[in-house]
Ligand binder design. Structure first.
Ligand SMILES: [Zn+2]
Length: 227
């Protein structure tokens, strides 16, 4: 099996859960990996942890949302695994040791999840580009609309809010540049009286944009704005 001193071996074994989850420093991982090559007992132990790792891998970090904390279902996964093992008195010490390693692994994941949350909260928030409210002239009965534009490095964004766009009808927004060229900025479908908020993106740079308009599926102008 191995000729490591007993407590050195125990320390390596305690790393298995963390290793199985893909955590640990490169040096720690290398040490565990090298040991695994020569230790069938630890390889078997690692294989025992695999089902739990599979479940943890399914945890979507996006579901952690704003609140740092362990992934949902983590406690249940561990409890289910411990319960599934059932009582085997002859194996009690091994089970205790395994449970400890699982708890270490779970703690590592919880820490990683918390770090992820903290990292998410502390992530650099890019400065918001200025929102420029613009006047909108609506040429369609029943339609109300307001708009703002956002200058981006890649073009101008039109944030359109309104209601009264005929439900199911497809509308197109085009941005007009200084040279009179009409550039498509996207389409949206009307939702009737419900409020509609959509962001349309155009490749025309803000300084080159002279205005925009929204046309219905027949090409009739519904609203326009001069920039
Ligand atoms: Zn070993």
């Amino acid at each position: 099996m191995t000729d490591l001193p007993q407590d050195a071996h125990r320390r390596l074994r305690e790393q298995l859960g963390v290793y199985a989850l893909g955590h640990g420093t490169p040096a720690e991982r290398a040490a565990v990996g090298a040991h695994l090559d020569g230790c069938a007992s630890c390889r078997a132990e690692l294989a025992e942890l695999a089902p739990l790792v599979g479940r943890l891998a399914d945890v979507d970090p996006d579901r952690l949302d704003d609140v740092p904390g362990p992934p949902p279902g983590l406690g249940e996964a561990v409890l289910a695994r411990i319960a599934a093992e059932g009582p085997r008195p002859a194996d009690l010490a091994a089970r205790r040791a395994r449970r400890t390693r699982l708890q270490v692994a779970v703690a590592a994941v919880a820490i990683a999840a918390a770090a992820f949350g903290v990292g998410w909260l502390a992530r650099p928030v890019p400065p918001q580009p200025p929102l420029e409210a613009v006047a909108v002239q609506v040429d369609r009965a029943g339609v109300t609309a307001t708009a703002a534009v956002v200058p981006h490095t890649w073009g101008v964004e039109v944030k359109l809010s309104g209601s009264g766009f005929a439900a199911g009808e497809v509308y197109r927004l085009t941005v007009r540049d200084d040279a009179g060229r009409e550039v498509a900025a996207g389409e949206f479908v009307g939702v009737g009286a419900q409020p509609l908020n959509c962001n349309m993106n155009s490749s025309v740079l803000r300084q080159d944009a002279a205005g925009f308009e929204v046309v219905d599926s027949a090409g009739a102008v519904v609203l326009r704005s001069d920039l």
